[in-house]
Every structure is written in C-alpha cells, then in structure tokens.
Design a protein around this ligand. Sequence first.
Ligand code: GAR
Length: 209
Amino acid sequence: MTKNICVLVSGGGTNLQALIDAEKRGELGSGKITCVIASKADAYALERAKNNGIKTRTLIRKDYSDIASYSKAMRDILLDEKADLVVYAGFMTILDENVCDAFPNKMINVHPALIPSFCGKGFYGLHVHEAALAKGVKVSGATVHFVTAECDAGPIILQKAVEVKNGDTPESLQKRIMENAEWKILPKAVQLFCDGKITVKDGVTIIAE
Ligand code: GAR
C-alpha cells in the first residue's frame, strides 16, 4: 500500500529535490510525497514542490506565539494529510512532544553533521559547519535519525562521513556534505522506512539486510 510522505521545509529545499528525484527513479519504495509543508512563505522548496505537481501548505511559524500552539497546528495538518511518514528536510523549527507522540518513529530528520557531534539547539544550517570548522574536525558528514521531543537525539538510521579539506569555508563544507551525504542518505532512509526495514529497540535502530 502507498505510504503518504509529508515533507517539512523552511528553505531552499535541495533535500526535498533529492527526495523528488528519488521518487521519480522509483527509489522510495511504496512512498509517495503527497504534501510539502513550509514554515516560511518564501521558502524556495515550495516552488520545487509546485514544479513537480506536489500539494503545498504553509504553516508560518511567525503566526504563532509559541511552540506549543504551532506544534498543535502542525499535528492537525499532518493528521489531516494522513501522513504515514513525516520528513524534516531543512525544517528549522523544533516541534514539541505533541507532534512526536502522534507520529512515534514515523518522523525523520536529516542533520548536517555526524550526531552526536555538532547537534542540538542552535546547531542548524551553516552554524553546524562553522562549529565543525572552529573545532578543526577532519571528518564531518550527515545523519538521518528519528525525531523525538529532544532535539537531534532520536535513534540514528543512517550516517555518512565526509572529509573536511584545508581552506574549507562553512559554505564549501556544507556543499560537499549535501552532495556526498545528505542527498544520498535521506532518500535511502525513506526507502528503508517505506520498505518496512527499520525497527527500533531500546533507542537503537536495526536495519534489515
Ligand atoms: C541542510 O543542510 C540540512 O541538513 C540542514 O539545513 C540544510 C537545508 O538545506 N538542516 C538542519 O540544520 C536542521 N537542523 P535544504 O533546504 O537545501 O534541504
């Protein structure tokens, strides 16, 4: 049976594009991107969805006074959309436990570092790569994990390491990590989920061969 995938976005949407391209190649298993929901009205990701005939909705973070009311509204939208899987693809808002409880082990996020490094509150977008370069790590990468109420702390599904090079800027490192890790492991994790190959036991995932 088809699995409805709702993708949450806030910005450029290159990870959304990777998912759209994977679906076109038949690489999302039984998954189908049925709705893209943006937290910002000017998110370019919305154009990518429209260009590919995918339904879009906006839920503007600034229209809500607090995270609790925003989370409740998001939960209602996701239930309305009958989401089987929720994917955070560059979604920059931390939703509360009301959403996570409604979709236990059914929400996944891509993070642009090797968790547990450079993650948690305040580590998003280019800030992650600035912190990695400031620390002088020689390897960074990306992680796809289940979303829980604690930011970036849910069970890890896939990770991919990427080399840090001399002279890297946050922008060059971000680009290398997107191209070599994020755009590969996010669609792969979605495919594994849709094929029913991921189980979670004691906070750890087991991926069926
Ligand atoms: C990506 O690098 C993604 O991993 C990161 O923001 C970028 C969004 O790019 N997400 C986070 O930092 C979430 N904590 P995109 O809009 O082009 O996919």
